[in-house]
Design a protein around this ligand. Structure first.
Ligand SMILES: [Zn+2]
Length: 167
């Protein structure tokens, strides 16, 4: 009597084991698929993720976004603009100062002075608006309408011109 019952129990246990193994396999496969999907997602994210040039944070959202936020875009552009503006302003200030110094040194149309005197007033010989070479091959340097010509022994010939734009 006990044999058939035992066989049925055995078969039932066997079926249960089979079911359990198949469920386990399914779960394993599902975990594998989910894991893979996650990994590819992370990889593509890494590949396409851009850095914000202002704060160095990863940019989230649209792939054509250049900055992480409007704040970062504005401060980045402001910095860029202020650098160029500062540079231009500094040079403009030097040229204006040069012009003012020459204006003080030239009461009429022409004058004569020395490099030492001009430098003492803060004249910067590195900057001028234009150079003009005469037919004799002498080169005048101009700061707007005021020009100077280096002479011998530290001396400078200074001149004011009515038309100071050269074609
Ligand atoms: Zn940013």
């Amino acid at each position: 009597m006990w044999r058939p019952v035992c066989r049925i129990r055995l078969v039932s246990i066997y079926i249960r084991i089979l079911l359990f193994v198949s469920v386990c396999n399914r779960v394993k496969n599902y975990i594998f698929v989910v894991e893979n999907r996650y990994r590819t997602k992370q990889l593509t994210k890494k590949c396409f993720m851009k850095e914000c040039p202002e704060c160095r944070e990863q940019i989230k959202g649209r792939s054509d976004k250049k900055f992480c936020s409007d704040l970062c875009r504005n401060s980045f552009n402001n910095k860029l603009n202020s650098d160029t503006t500062n540079h231009v302003r500094n040079i403009n200030n030097i040229l204006r100062k040069n012009r003012r110094i020459l204006e003080d040194f030239i009461p009429e149309q022409t004058a004569k002075s020395t490099k030492t005197k001009l430098t003492q007033k803060g004249f910067n010989f590195q900057y001028y608006t234009n150079a003009y070479t005469t037919k004799k091959g002498v080169t005048y340097f101009f700061c707007y309408e005021y020009g100077y010509l280096p002479l011998e022994n530290d001396f400078y010939f200074l001149v004011k011109r009515k038309e100071y734009t050269e074609q």
